[in-house]
Write a protein that binds this ligand. Structure first.
Ligand code: F6R
Length: 613
């Protein structure tokens, strides 16, 4: 949430900063701003409510020179999204400027204290309090900026990734993090800073992930990292794996559509080098060391949020079915505030695309403190959750820019499928012949997903009929239930149509009252163990004049006869139903949202990477 970018070096900073903001816009898009230090140490600050493009238009024709700059794209927490609350914020004497991602939780008492000391605030943000605090400490103790930043950060409770510029120290940027991500790109006589690597990748592949409680002091030709207690740290320079084309739309109208179409590749990448169908083996380097722990686990607790939580529900189904280990799936945001019973024999699997979700991170910390082993399933390499985890696997879906998660979900499900099979093999809860058959089929899933994508044209036609719906119900049974939940979430978040996902059999315990001729009911009705039961549920809907859109297995005739519209997916073992049935639901929500004129990649009120609780 909120994107920050900074540059110090020999090039013009503005084009790098503004391009970086465009790349980071998926993290927050209600306002944006930049600060630039020109040759004579003038601090030019431009900020605007609205999109980065609005800011760009506003800056056109104004002075944006300078080789030191920083920018921010905001997702409002404290204070409405308006010009005044946009970042950068300044100290009272206007010599310092700050951009910030995160929340300063104790900003209230700090602000009161600062007001009593004569500080005047221009915004409603927590961020402005921090820069005034730094100014106050600096003036009061007559210390240098570096020390003042350290002292101020010691007083702050909450999460932050910040970048600070000073008119009086015009050769330096100061960056710090605690609980919010921050990456430094290392160039030759230049450095880049950003919330994630996307603004950096076109300039350098060498990056340093700043750790919590670290402060970086960046000059064009020098980088020093120190702890908040001023100990010098040795930076670890890593190579970025992402490529520039992964960050472009590549001819698609939207990132979301591109990412939906990437799924044959992303699912394939997730399983590459990990499955050996002929030997009936799954190899997971990340788990290997913990195999005994998994074998002896009394329980697995999956913690996640949103779409990743839906993947966790699929994981529950697969792990219990194949590895016979009891699984509980928890919303991280609820789990962290309960007092759950966790023992050293429990394994907590944290699932997160971004690897930065605040609630998931807090749930991990709590489970860790209670002695559980933490296993992370994440997409963003080098993000915080893999670093907090004892072990884990990356999903390798590649950067997901569309705010609505698509390819990250199917990659998470693929990773969980691999884990379920891995544990089943190690525990001996699956026959070798069955595992060989399943792995052979899993290897073919990317091509089956490719086939599922061929229904795109039909789905677009169906979408025309439902683009004006006000509500929708998604039904599924077994592992089709989390698919229904995910279908409903996709539709509501990008088209703003109210949608509910329900276990099909639960419908008669309440939601059936909603059904009339206006209500589209999307049913996962593929040929699997609950096929007959789902048929009964469809009949219940039809008897009440509901309009049924069924996701069916290729060649089905029975459901096709009953349903108003049918979308086929290839036939596959029930284990792989979620990977295939999700595809038409993603396309359905995409087309409906486009037809309604919605901003598919940046839906209102949302942001990727929810780094605040
Ligand atoms: C929905 C969506 C969100 C995320 C959730 C968790 O399309 O993207 O529900 O799944 O915010 O995010 P991660 O997976 O980054 O922890």
């Amino acid at each position: 949430m909120c994107g920050i970018v900074g540059y110090i070096g020999f090039r013009d900073a503005y084009p790098i900063v503004i391009k970086g903001l465009h790349r980071l816009e998926y993290r927050g898009y209600d306002s944006a701003g930049v600060a630039l230090l020109d040759e004579t140490s003038n601090l030019n600050i431009y900020k605007k409510a609205g999109k980065v493009a609005d800011l760009e238009g506003f800056i056109e024709g104004r002075d944006h020179s300078g080789t030191i700059g920083m920018g921010h794209t905001r997702w409002a927490t404290h204070g409405a999204p308006n010009d005044r609350n946009s970042h950068p914020h300044q100290s009272g004497d206007e010599k310092l400027a700050i951009i910030h991602n995160g929340i300063i939780e104790n900003y209230g008492p700090l602000k009161e204290e600062l007001i009593s000391r004569g500080h005047v605030f221009k915004s409603d943000t927590d961020t402005e309090v921090l820069i005034h605090l730094i100014e106050d400490i600096r003036q009061e103790a007559e210390i240098d900026l570096q020390k003042a930043v350290r002292e101020a950060l010691k007083q702050v409770i909450g999460a932050y990734a910040i970048v600070i510029m000073s008119k009086e120290d015009p050769e330096m940027l100061i960056a710090a993090r605690k609980g919010s991500p921050m990456v430094i790109g290392v160039g030759k006589n230049e450095y880049f800073i950003a919330s994630d690597a996307t603004p950096i990748v076109e300039y350098t592949k060498n990056v340093i992930y700043l750790d919590d409680n670290e402060i970086a002091y960046l000059k064009a030709d020098e980088l020093v990292i120190r702890s908040i207690d001023n100990e010098v740290k040795t930076p670890y320079v890593q190579q970025l794996e992402i490529k520039l084309e992964m960050l472009e739309k590549g001819g698609y109208d939207h990132f979301m559509l591109k990412e939906i179409y990437e799924q044959p590749r992303s699912i394939g990448d997730c399983m590459r080098g990990r499955i050996y169908p002929l030997e009936g083996k799954v190899k997971l380097g990340g788990i290997k060391e913990y195999t005994e722990k998994f074998k002896n686990a009394h329980r697995i607790i999956i913690v996640a949020c949103g779409t990743s939580w839906h993947a966790g529900l699929v994981g529950e189904y697969l792990i219990e079915e194949y590895a016979r280990i009891p699984v509980e799936v928890e919303y991280a945001s609820e789990f962290r505030y309960r007092n759950p019973i966790i023992t050293e024999n429990d394994i907590v699997i944290a699932i997160s695309q971004s690897g930065e979700t605040a609630d998931t991170m807090a749930a991990i910390e709590m489970a860790k403190a209670k002695g559980a082993t933490i296993f992370g399933i994440c997409n963003v390499v080098g993000s915080s959750i893999p670093r907090l985890s004892d072990a884990g696997i990356y999903t390798h879906a590649g950067p997901e820019i569309g705010v609505a998660s698509t390819k990250a979900f199917t990659a998470q499900v693929t990773a969980l499928t691999l884990m379920a099979f891995y544990m089943a093999e190690k525990k001996g809860t699956i026959a070798q012949t069955k595992l060989i058959a399943l792995l052979s089929e899993l290897e073919r899933i990317p091509s089956l997903v490719e086939r599922a994508l061929q229904s795109d044209g039909l789905i677009r036609e169906i979408s025309e009929k439902f683009k004006d719906s006000r509500n929708a119900l998604f039904l599924g049974r077994g592992s089709g239930f989390p698919v229904a939940l995910e279908g409903a979430l996709k539709l509501k978040e990008i088209s703003y149509i109210h949608a509910e996902g329900y276990p099909a059999a639960e419908m008669k315990h309440g939601p059936i009252a909603l059904i009339d001729e206006q209500m589209p009911v999307i049913v996962i009705a593929t040929k699997n163990s609950s096929y007959e039961k789902v048929i009964s549920n469809i009949q219940e809907v039809k008897a009440r004049k509901g309009v049924v859109i069924a996701i069916v297995t290729e060649g089905d005739t029975e459901v096709v006869r009953m349903a108003d519209y049918s979308i086929e997916i290839p036939s596959a073992d029930e284990a792989f139903l979620p990977l295939l049935a999700t595809i038409p639901l993603q396309l359905l929500s995409y087309h409906i949202a486009v037809l309604r004129g919605c901003n598919v990649d940046q839906p209102r009120n949302l942001a990727k990477s929810v780094t605040v609780e």
